[in-house]
Design a protein around this ligand. Structure first.
Ligand code: FES
Ligand code: MG
Length: 572
């Protein structure tokens, strides 16, 4: 095999003025000339480190392990920062900026002299934004995740992010004092890493592992475990080899890899956010998947991993039980075993010797943790382009339900009214929230699992049917219909629901309908007044103009597809 000239040599290998300019300033970092001679692949380390993103705050240290591996394998590492999105801090919602971060990533990779790239991902949006951006360039690319936190402990019990919602309800009911609430904060986040349950961050880390974009065990090794550093070191070695093998992202991200990922997401009871992000990634790399694929491929797979919020335990425990390879081994008969992964081996080879060490954590196809998992995609007159629900997080008795709507026109109205003693509501009511979709909020926040009215909670009721065009935290639970498309702010049928209307949800039949006559529907449609979208300048203006709907992944229309890695013009 003749050696291909490295991409970075388009910069560093030049003679005359251009070569001088591309190399000279780099040398102010103490880099010797031989590094620029084209023998060592330049590996970009795309780092989402930020102290405002606590889940990724350990990434500079983790990057050192990566660099050791890259040097060891004969590469030349160069680390660069990109926009970092911390789920817990960013207002109004990190999702508003996922596409912005992806643009930063895409252009930073393409514009710079690198031959391969490692994406350092952790907190929820940092994974999809980096993978989306990198997919639109298509260099050899490997993902390393930061790893989950160690499980928290509070009053003798194990706790993690999925308890936040319970704590909030107990606090509302006066069962938890202000002091105890504050104590629980520190007890929950006691180590480096991202959320401890199978929330969106761990779902994304499992997604890249199932897609073949990360090394085996990427999803579950705790952030605080030294084996996380070993994984980074090995990732550093592998990315250099990937450049030599020209193992580009598009060779890994095939249609079959996406199908595997959907099946694995069902096996772990992964976040509903997975749907939006995987769809957006697929559209970047040019693979055609749609909502029906999520239902089709996940309906074959029961819940295998007994991890919160669908199960009982934590991602840390899943690692000790055998991790993702052991989970994937259980559904091996469904998976495409021949998909190539970043370590140069196939998925089938990677899981061949995987073992389960704890049957409390990992079920089997014949003896699963729960028989139903994954994502159910609903259709009906309320959601002509689809809506989703996660049956494993819902209450079985509400999966077929008819109830009267209680409508909140927006989040402000919800907050103002939800705990009012004279709210007309009982446990059969269907809570409907409008204007929390991509354009309506804007940014499609995680408010779909809206808390129940105080007067219902006081009765001891734990769940009600809730419907919105928003999202739900990967750690959330309940009978929550999300991602209703088209959204209400652009006149989707959700906008036409009125308090007192009957709504029928039937998850086994995959339907969601507003029970009003066609005539009434038309009347309301005629009288519909679109919401005034709130922002007028800057990035948000671009977002409102270009964002597509939930069933298309909430990406910008102009970002779908790829522009490749070539840049024809020089800077001087
Ligand atoms: Fe970062 Fe949960 S807040 S992963
Ligand atoms: Mg989240």
């Amino acid at each position: 095999m003749s050696k291909k000239k490295l991409r970075s040599q388009e910069w560093y290998g030049r003679t005359g003025k251009d070569g001088f300019i591309y190399r000279s300033w780099m040398k102010n970092q103490g880099l010797p000339h031989h590094l620029f001679e084209g023998e060592k692949p330049v590996i970009g380390i795309c780092n989402t480190w930020s102290e405002f993103t606590p889940c990724n705050a350990h990434f500079r240290e983790l990057a050192e392990s990566l660099k050791q591996g890259i040097w060891e394998a004969g590469g030349f590492p160069l680390e660069f920062p990109v926009m970092s999105l911390g789920e817990c801090s960013i207002k109004p919602t990190a999702m508003l900026f996922r596409n912005l971060a992806s643009m930063d990533v895409e252009e930073s990779i393409r514009a710079n002299p690198m031959d391969g790239v490692v994406l350092m991902c952790g907190c929820d949006k940092t994974t999809p934004s980096l993978v989306m951006g990198a997919a639109s360039v298509d260099l050899p690319t490997l993902v390393i995740s930061g790893g989950p936190m160690l499980v928290g402990r509070f009053k003798g019990k194990k706790i993690g992010t999925s308890d936040v919602w319970r704590f909030a309800e107990d606090y509302k009911l006066g069962k938890l004092s202000q002091e105890e609430f504050i104590e629980a904060e520190a007890a929950m986040s006691r180590s480096r890493g991202h959320c401890a349950p199978m929330g969106t961050a761990s779902t994304m880390a499992a997604m890249v592992e199932a897609l073949g974009l990360a090394l085996p065990d990427n999803a579950t090794i705790p952030a605080a475990d030294s084996r996380r550093k070993v994984l980074a070191h090995m990732a550093g070695i592998r990315i250099v080899e990937m450049v030599k093998e020209d193992l580009k992202m598009s060779k890994v991200l095939t249609r079959k890899a996406f199908e595997n990922s959907i099946m694995v997401n069902a096996a772990i009871g992964g976040s509903t956010n997975f749907i939006l992000h995987l769809t957006a990634i697929a559209k970047r790399i040019g693979v055609d998947i749609d909502l029906t694929d999520f239902d089709h491929f996940s309906s074959k797979i029961p819940l295998i991993a007994n991890v919160q919020p669908s199960g009982e335990h934590w991602v840390e425990d899943l690692f000790y039980a055998g991790g993702m390879p052991a989970v994937m081994k259980e559904i091996e008969s469904h998976l495409h075993r021949d998909c190539i992964t970043v370590n140069g081996r196939t998925i089938g080879e990677n899981i061949a010797s995987a073992e389960c060490y704890d049957r409390d954590l990992i079920g089997t196809l014949t003896n699963p943790i729960k028989p139903e998992s994954g994502i159910a995609v609903l259709k009906g007159n309320l959601c002509p382009n689809g809506a989703v629900i996660k049956p494993s997080a819902a209450s079985p008795h509400l999966l077929v339900h008819k109830g009267k709507a209680l409508v909140f026109e927006n989040i402000d109205e919800y907050k103002a009214r939800i705990d009012s003693p004279d709210l007309e509501v009982d446990e059969n009511t269907v809570l409907v929230m409008k204007n929390v979709g991509p354009k309506g909020y804007p940014g499609m926040p995680e408010v779909g699992n809206m808390g129940l009215p105080a007067k219902i909670l006081e009765k001891g009721v734990k769940d009600m049917v809730r419907i919105s065009d928003g999202r739900m935290s990967g750690t959330g639970y309940g009978t929550v219909v999300l991602h209703v498309s088209p959204e209400s702010a652009i006149g989707g049928p959700l906008a036409l629901v009125q308090t007192g209307d009957w709504i029928e949800l039937n998850v086994p039949a995959r339907s969601l309908n507003l029970l009003i006559s066609e005539e009434e529907f038309e009347n309301r449609r005629k009288n519909f007044q679109p919401t005034q979208l709130p922002y007028e300048r800057g990035y948000v203006n671009l977002f409102l103009d270009k964002v597509n709907q939930a069933h298309d992944g909430v990406d910008f229309d102009f970002l779908q597809g790829s522009s490749g890695s070539e840049v024809k013009r020089d800077s001087h």
